[in-house]
Write a protein that binds this ligand. Structure first.
Ligand code: HEC
Ligand code: HEC
Ligand code: HEC
Ligand code: HEC
Ligand code: HEC
Ligand code: HEC
Ligand code: HEC
Length: 194
């Protein structure tokens, strides 16, 4: 009789344990996945929206339900990379070179601040010097830290003047005047005041 009771208790504990396991307490062991100023909205939809399977710190760890970028395109429109002037890292699906899939301290979940991120492949354009290259060899232009007049609520960054996923104009400009440059998007005259 006592043996049966022990067995029943053991089964109850086992069932309780399995139920707890089904809640997938992934964040107990991976709290960093929701730490940062920007948390991907997909996190609140559950780890299972991108990872399949469970584990407790031992291999095999949960795999991705599909490979990047198809994984991203299950929720985001793939038209973002379909411009006639492609940007190779986005066209080639290197989304996670530039974005954390979980959380980040940078806007748009960027893996590092835009000037350093973009400058890791474009060292010659990592400063504002290149913006003014047609105007004067010593001129420079701000590339961060000021409000972006063309995009209310955003800060000036490389992405103010170049479309990071590809576009339809050369140099990935979002818009251009007759001279092919985007200056007038923010400056009604070429002057210091935007
Ligand atoms: C939007 C899709 C997505 C969601 C939701 C997601 N992940 Fe991930 N996760 C990825 C991708 C993509 C990678 C591979 C990253 C890479 O290749 O750099 C990854 C990698 C990881 C890694 C290993 C590399 C690392 O960054 O530490 C861990 C651990 C992880 N995810 C845990 C989680 C947990 C826990 C959750 C739920 C809180 C979660 N993920 C939700 C897409 C996602
Ligand atoms: C009991 C703690 C624990 C729980 C619960 C847990 N993990 Fe992990 N996980 C670990 C440890 C430890 C590692 C190995 C070290 C690391 O990569 O952080 C790991 C690694 C990973 C990796 C990376 C594997 C690799 O090859 O780089 C992913 C992805 C992952 N976990 C996802 C998840 C998801 C999704 C859940 C929820 C279903 C989850 N984990 C639940 C402890 C845990
Ligand atoms: C399960 C659905 C889902 C998947 C899969 C997913 N996302 Fe998202 N993502 C969202 C939602 C929802 C938002 C918030 C609404 C929006 O901006 O579209 C978002 C927002 C974003 C943002 C903007 C964040 C911000 O605060 O500005 C970026 C960047 C992003 N996702 C990148 C990715 C990348 C890269 C992948 C693939 C690794 C991915 N997403 C996969 C659902 C998803
Ligand atoms: C070269 C770096 C880079 C790559 C590669 C990249 N992105 Fe982005 N992405 C950015 C930047 C920079 C922004 C922020 C643009 C801004 O400031 O408005 C952004 C913004 C976003 C947003 C927010 C909405 C929007 O369009 O502004 C989503 C969603 C997104 N990216 C998804 C993706 C996906 C999915 C991939 C892979 C197909 C990808 N990104 C590849 C740099 C990149
Ligand atoms: C205020 C607008 C503006 C900002 C901000 C800006 N750029 Fe540019 N970018 C330009 C202009 C204008 C050109 C064209 C220069 C020329 O040909 O005279 C250009 C050209 C480029 C080119 C193409 C160079 C070539 O030779 O074809 C790259 C790459 C580039 N920028 C990267 C960046 C990076 C990286 C950042 C952020 C660190 C950035 N840009 C910030 C305006 C901008
Ligand atoms: C992983 C490397 C990588 C990163 C990161 C990267 N780029 Fe590029 N980018 C390239 C390659 C490769 C090309 C095509 C060859 C070239 O023009 O240098 C390119 C081309 C460009 C061009 C010229 C497009 C044309 O055809 O006129 C601009 C502008 C540009 N990138 C801006 C950016 C900006 C802004 C960022 C950050 C949001 C960025 N890049 C981040 C690899 C990168
Ligand atoms: C995305 C918006 C944007 C675009 C496009 C843009 N600018 Fe600017 N520009 C600004 C902002 C913001 C400032 C800083 C204003 C301030 O200091 O408050 C600035 C400042 C300047 C200044 C003063 C520089 C200084 O000493 O600080 C000059 C000159 C200038 N821009 C010329 C140009 C030229 C030439 C182009 C085209 C190649 C251009 N801008 C494109 C937003 C832009």
């Amino acid at each position: 009789m006592r043996q049966y009771m022990l067995l029943a208790v053991t089964i109850l504990i086992y069932i309780a344990g399995t139920a707890a396991g089904q809640q997938e307490p992934c964040l107990d062991c991976h709290p960093d996945k929701q730490e940062g100023k920007v948390v991907h909205a997909a996190i609140s939809m559950g780890c299972a929206s991108c990872h399949s399977g469970t584990h407790s710190g031992e291999k095999p760890a949960p795999k991705l339900i599909s490979a990047v970028p198809d994984l991203c395109f299950s929720c985001h429109d793939s038209a973002m990379v379909s411009g006639t002037v492609p940007h190779p890292p986005a066209k080639d699906g290197q989304c996670t070179f530039c974005h954390s899939p979980h959380s980040s301290d940078q806007p748009a979940l960027l893996s590092q601040p835009a000037p350093a991120l973009c400058g890791s492949c474009h060292d010659k354009q990592a400063t504002g010097r290149h913006v003014m290259s047609r105007f004067g060899p010593n001129d420079s232009h701000p590339i961060s830290g000021k409000p972006d007049p063309s995009r209310i609520g955003k800060t000036l960054s490389c992405a103010s003047c170049h479309q990071p996923h590809g576009g339809n104009l050369k140099r990935l400009f979002p818009a251009a005047s007759a001279n092919g440059l985007p200056c007038m998007t923010c400056h009604t005259k070429i002057s210091a005041a935007p």
